[in-house]
Design a protein around this ligand. Structure first.
Ligand code: CA
Length: 469
C-alpha cells in the first residue's frame, strides 16, 4: 500500500527512566524544562500514562508489539543471563508502518535482543560477566526500520557507540559526545533530509529517538548542566513527602542534581528536534510524542531505580502534539504501553492495518475527543522477586485506576498480601489501606484477575520467577 506524501509523519521521542513528575509541565519536581513545557502547551498531556512493567526491555517490547509481556515473550530485561528477546516474527509498530508506505528510522538505545558473540565490539561483559549490549543485524530483527543508528544496551553516556544502517558488528561508530547530543544531531539530519540522503523524500516518515539518559550512571552528564541545581539544598530538590534519605542525605542531594541536570540537557536537545521539524515546514503534518519507558524513584519510599508500582516508577510523561486534530490540554486517559502502537496507527488512518496479535487498544478517537470507550484500569506486572518493607514477594500483579493502586504480592511460602493506596487521600502512596477497604480490594482484585486472563499471564498456575532484573 502506498501512502500519499501528505500522510502525517510521526516523531516518537522517549527517554529512559524519566519519571512523570520530572518535567516542569507536570508541576511537581523543581526541574528546568522550558522547551518541553512550551511543547506541552501545544500538546495533549496525559496524566495517567503508565509503564505496565516498569523496566527497559518489557516496556520496549510492549511498545513495539502492542502486546503484554507474556504474549510477546519479553517479561525480563534482555541480556546473556536468560533467553529473552523480541522475536523476529512479531509484527511490530514499525513493521506495520513500513509495510504501509512509511520511511522508518530508529536512533538510540534499543534493548530488545539477546546479546550474541562477538561481544568485544560493544559494551562487553559487565563486572558479573553478564553481557547486556547487543548488535541487531539488518533484516527481520530490525522490524521494518530502514534507517538505523542504534545499539542494544550500554550505559556509557559520554562515550556511546552505534551501529548504523550498514555497519557490520565490527565497525560501530564511536562519537566522543554525550549520547543525547549525538542522537539529536542524527535525528535532525534525518528530519531535514537534505538532498534525500537520509530517507525516501516521497514517503511520510516514522522516526523513533530513544535517549538513554536520565538513566544511571547519573554522573555521566555534561557538568555545565548541573548549574541550575548544584547550589540547591536536599529539601529544595527532593520535595516529595515520601522521601527517605536518613544517613545518605548528601548522596541523595547529588543524585537529584545529576538527574535533573540530564533532564535539563534533554530539554535543550528535544528543542532542536522540534526546530528541525519546524524548519522542514512539516510541523502541522507531524505527530510528535514525548514519553519515557518508566520512571525513577529517586529516594521516594527509600528506593532507587524503578520496578515498583509507585507513581515515581510507573507513571510516565506522555505528551502528544497533532495540530488541528488533537486539542491541547490535559487528559487522564489510562494509556498503557501496548496501547501506543494501535493508537498511533489509528491516528494516521491505519486502523485496518493493526494486526490481530495486538492486545492494546486503539484510543485515537479518545485522544481526539470522543468521551466514550475509556479504560477504567491499567495493568501492573512484576514477575520477579520484589522486596516490600520486610517481606520478599515472589512476584506481583495489580491494577491502577484513576484513584487507586492495588497490588497483590505472592510470598515465597505461597501466601498472598494485598496493598491498596488511595491517591485521593494519600497522593504520595504512604499508607496501605487494604485492610480498611475490603469492598474496594475485592473489586480491584477482580479487575486484576480480568487482566491476568486476557493477557496470557501464567500468574494463577505457574511458578514464573527469575532473578531480579
Ligand atoms: Ca529503562
Amino acid at each position: 500500500m502506498n501512502m500519499r506524501k501528505d500522510q502525517p509523519n510521526i516523531v516518537f521521542v522517549f527517554c529512559d527512566q524519566l519519571r512523570q513528575s520530572a518535567l516542569g509541565c507536570y508541576r511537581q519536581d523543581p526541574v528546568w524544562t522550558p522547551h518541553i513545557d512550551a511543547f506541552a502547551k501545544e500538546s495533549l498531556m496525559l496524566t495517567h500514562a503508565v509503564s505496565n512493567q516498569p523496566v527497559c526491555s518489557p516496556y520496549r517490547a510492549m511498545l513495539f508489539s502492542g502486546q503484554y509481556p507474556f504474549s510477546n515473550g519479553v517479561w525480563a530485561n534482555c541480556n546473556t543471563s536468560r533467553d529473552h528477546e523480541l522475536s523476529d516474527d512479531t509484527q511490530c509498530f514499525s513493521d506495520t508502518l513500513s509495510e504501509n508506505g512509511y520511511a522508518t528510522g530508529y536512533i538510540g538505545k534499543l534493548h530488545l535482543h539477546k546479546p550474541r558473540p562477538p561481544y568485544e565490539h560493544g559494551e562487553g561483559p559487565r563486572g558479573d560477566g553478564i553481557v547486556w549490549d547487543a548488535y541487531t543485524p539488518p533484516g527481520p530483527s530490525r522490524h521494518g526500520f530502514d534507517f538505523w543508528h542504534s545499539y542494544g544496551c550500554c550505559d556509557e553516556h559520554m562515550q556511546p557507540h552505534y551501529w548504523t544502517t550498514d555497519s557490520p558488528v565490527s565497525e560501530p561508530l564511536d562519537p566522543n559526545e554525550w549520547s543525547v547530543i549525538h542522537e539529536t544531531d542524527v535525528a535532525t539530519k534525518y528530519i531535514q533530509n537534505l538532498n534525500g540522503t537520509q530517507r525516501d523524500p516521497d514517503k511520510p516518515y516514522f522516526l523513533m529517538v530513544s535517549y538513554n539518559p536520565p538513566h544511571p550512571p547519573l554522573d555521566q552528564v555534561p557538568s555545565h548542566l548541573t548549574e541550575p541545581f548544584v547550589d540547591k539544598s536536599l529539601r529544595e530538590l527532593l520535595t516529595r513527602p515520601n522521601i527517605q534519605v536518613e544517613g545518605i542525605e548528601e548522596q541523595a542531594r547529588t543524585n537529584a542534581v545529576l538527574y535533573f541536570a540530564a533532564i535539563y540537557g534533554i530539554d535543550q536537545q528535544f528543542a532542536r528536534i522540534l526546530a528541525a521539524i519546524d524548519e522542514s515546514g512539516q510541523s502541522d503534518n507531524t505527530i510528535v510524542i514525548f514519553t519515557s519507558d518508566h520512571g525513577e524513584l529517586l529516594h521516594s519510599h527509600g528506593l532507587r531505580q524503578k520496578n515498583y508500582w509507585y507513581d515515581e516508577s510507573m507513571l510516565v510523561p506522555f505528551l502528544i502534539r497533532y495540530p488541528g486534530k488533537i486539542q491541547p490540554g490535559e487528559d487522564d486517559l489510562l494509556l498503557g504501553a501496548p496501547d501506543i502502537f494501535p493508537t498511533v496507527a489509528g491516528l494516521v488512518g491505519l486502523s485496518e492495518a493493526i494486526p490481530e496479535s495486538v492486545e492494546g487498544q486503539d484510543y485515537s478517537a479518545q485522544l481526539m475527543g470522543t468521551p466514550e470507550g475509556r479504560p477504567d484500569s491499567a495493568y501492573f506486572i512484576w514477575p520477579h522477586w520484589r522486596h516490600h518493607e520486610t517481606k520478599p514477594y515472589r512476584a506481583c500483579r495489580g491494577v491502577r485506576t484513576h484513584r487507586y493502586t492495588y497490588v497483590l504480592g505472592r510470598c515465597d511460602d505461597g501466601s498472598e498480601e494485598q496493598i491498596l493506596h488511595d491517591s485521593q487521600e494519600d497522593p504520595f502512596q504512604m499508607r496501605n489501606v487494604a485492610d480498611d477497604n475490603p469492598g474496594t480490594v475485592s473489586d480491584l482484585r477482580g479487575m486484576t484477575n480480568e487482566w491476568i486472563e486476557k493477557t496470557n499471564d501464567p500468574w494463577l498456575d505457574a511458578d514464573l520467577t527469575a532473578p531480579p532484573a
